[in-house]
Design a protein around this ligand. Structure first.
Ligand SMILES: Cc1cc2nc3c(=O)[nH]c(=O)nc-3n(C[C@H](O)[C@H](O)[C@H](O)COP(=O)(O)O)c2cc1C
Length: 392
């Protein structure tokens, strides 16, 4: 019995996570906006990418290492930022940061995670990247970024795709609040999931550790309302992004880009990269998949901008698919979180190893030994017109 046999794929981990989590936590992690068809659309974009295999060239081990912003990682994928991480599974950010350091991939810490900048910097050093949401007071933004720099974070992601409130109907139906309301209904659900409850009791109520110094006096530091009403801003426009650019002297990516014009704007103000993302379908069910956006963004910016993607990837094969379409790097949110929710600390390392094995196998199977050659194996580029590499 090994983890690799018991949980040989992300969907296996997802099924186990579902069993171990109270409904409100599961729905917060797995759910999406509106009718949730954005999730299926993101998936369809990946499933439609097909490869042509070359079996006869001389065999060698695929080289999975990949350099981005001067940092060489063992694989071209990393962990997306996930807010309210401790509500989903206590200490999940710490477990994933440690696994990322061990397996040499990047871990992005959300500003709204429940583990602090300082804690994660000490665990993952340069493998830790920091994700910033729009904040009203530039003084607070500067202070947060100075802390990330002092803690040794390697790069900055600035998320711009939350300009309007989101309609996540599962959360509304569950009456999800942070911290969770101790209604009889929620309490019953917590007690029905003893592993989650024990981990939560050991850790204490999650709070937004990075943000604690900025709460107004007397505010409840475990609550999200004080943050939203006093500290955070809605969206961020180009002027705001440019101001952040001037405060951070390392590599910076704008997260949530879906249009060629936004990508070009980023390039014009000296932002080095973008994360093409629809926030995993969590902001609107109507948005284009980042894989669909990739060709037009690439046409607009050429090789001068680092173009990474997230939203919908669930395997090492998916990473190969996105890289073949021209991505420079791939991030995953739920895939990593499902693993921690399924297996706790052991899940973080397991999924990092699993995704690496899947990625190397995907390359080996099609006879591709260098990441830069993946595009040559796309079915659509080899005269195979069916199935198309574009989702319907
Ligand atoms: C539970 C959850 C919380 C998230 N919190 C944040 C966040 O705090 N900041 C952010 O930029 N993106 C956040 N995201 C979006 C992820 O960073 C990423 O874009 C998304 O998960 C990618 O899609 P995938 O889950 O299909 O891989 C969150 C996603 C999930 C699932």
């Amino acid at each position: 019995m090994t983890l690799m046999n018991d949980f040989p794929s992300v969907p296996d981990l997802e099924a186990e996570a579902y069993k171990r989590m109270p409904k409100f936590a599961w729905d917060y992690l797995a759910g999406a906006a509106g009718d949730e068809r954005g999730l299926a659309h993101n998936r369809a974009a990946y499933d439609a990418v097909r490869f042509v295999a070359d079996y006869l060239p001389e065999r060698r081990a695929p080289n999975t290492k990949h350099t981005i912003f001067g940092q060489t990682f063992d694989f071209p994928f990393g962990v997306s930022p996930v807010g309210q991480s401790g509500l989903i599974w206590p200490r999940s950010a710490e477990y994933l940061a440690a696994a990322a350091k061990k397996r040499n991939i990047p871990f992005c810490l959300s500003m709204l995670a429940t583990s602090s900048i300082e804690k994660i910097g000490a665990i993952a050093g340069k493998n830790a990247w920091f994700q910033l949401y729009p904040v009203r007071d530039p003084g607070i933004t500067k202070d947060i970024l100075d802390r990330a720099k002092a803690a040794g974070f390697g790069a900055l992601l600035v998320t711009v795709d939350t300009p309007a409130g989101r309609r996540t109907l599962r959360d509304q139906r569950n009456g999800l609040t942070v911290p969770p309301r101790m209604s009889p209904f929620n309490l019953a659900r917590m007690f029905a999931h003893p592993a989650w409850l024990a981990a939560t009791m050991a850790q204490g109520l999650p709070k937004f550790e990075t943000m604690v110094p900025y709460y107004p006096p007397d505010a409840d530091i475990t609550g999200v309302a004080a943050l939203q009403n006093t500290i955070m801003a809605r969206g961020m426009d180009l002027k705001g992004l440019e101001a952040v650019r001037k405060m951070w002297d390392g590599p910076m990516l704008c997260k949530g880009v879906l249009s060629a014009s936004d990508a070009r704007d980023c390039q014009n103000i000296g932002v080095e990269g973008v994360v093409l993302s629809n926030h995993g379908g969590r902001q609107s069910e109507s948005l284009i998949s980042p894989l669909e956006a990739l060709p037009s963004v690439r046409d607009a910016v050429g090789d001068k901008l680092v173009v990474t993607v997230d939203s919908g990837s669930r395997s090492g094969l998916d990473v190969a698919r996105a890289m073949a379409l021209g991505a420079d790097f791939v991030f995953m949110g739920r895939a990593f979180m499902f693993a921690v929710c399924a297996l706790g600390e052991a899940g973080a390392d397991h999924v990092a190893e699993l995704l690496g094995i899947e990625f190397a196998q995907a390359m080996g199977q099609i006879g591709c030994f260098e990441i830069k050659n993946l595009p040559r194996h796309l079915a659509s580029d080899r005269g195979n017109s069916w199935p198309s590499n574009r989702p319907n």
